[in-house]
Write a new protein. Sequence first.
Length: 282
Amino acid sequence: MLSVATAAQAEPVESICERTQQAVTHIKESAVGATLDIHQFSLWYGSKQALYDITMSVQQGLVTALIGPSGCGKSTLLRSLNRMNDLIPGLSTSGRILLRGTDITNRTMDVITLRKRVGMVFQKPNPFPKSIFENVAYGLRVNGINDRDIVEPRVRASLEQAALWDEVQDRLHQSALGLSGGQQQRLCIARALAVEPDVLLMDEPCSALDPIATAKIENLIDGLRGRLTVVIVTHNMQQAARVSDNTAFLYIGQLVEYGETREIFTQPKVGKTFEYVTGRFG
């Protein structure tokens, strides 16, 4: 099995660019169009280029999976969608990312407002050392919302969406750190949902969880379909096939193929995609 480094040496990114020409197959579209439009987006860490001219639209209300071998740029692209990469010294970008028509790469963009609209769930659960209730209410409080008539219903609705309410309703004022790993991850999802984002980003949300907890997260994602737009990074091919409507395959910072998940996994248009989804490298 080729490592990413070996594969990269064997086939320069320029060759992939020329051969694939960023092939895009049929995209499953929602009735209301795209939430995110990415146009020729490139990113550098200092002098090292990590993303090359990414162009794709993320459809409203659908689940989009980003797949590819380690180091291919999946998490870099995901974190660009709410400007988390801005925290890295020496970062520079070109191109545009439009959130409902607003260019979020513009330096005048208020990133606090952006991250309210584009929430994020990380690979490892990161509950705050607060009660379960206050973890979910945190984003509301930060945004100046303290009215109990607003906060309490929002907390409950978010926990229900995260399929956690039935498990914690009797201990809302106990520490969130006492929850299991899977419960903590669902709590973090509830916390992100409480501020009613347009988009939810998920970076390997199940990688640290057991199969039962993973199944609950996947059911949760399925329940969010149609309510908001979800973009998930996953190394698990079966998970991408189960939970997503559309799938983007990245390789060495390049968008190789993007299309409806069923087609990407059964009838890919690009040879490199076929090699990856059939396990020939990665």
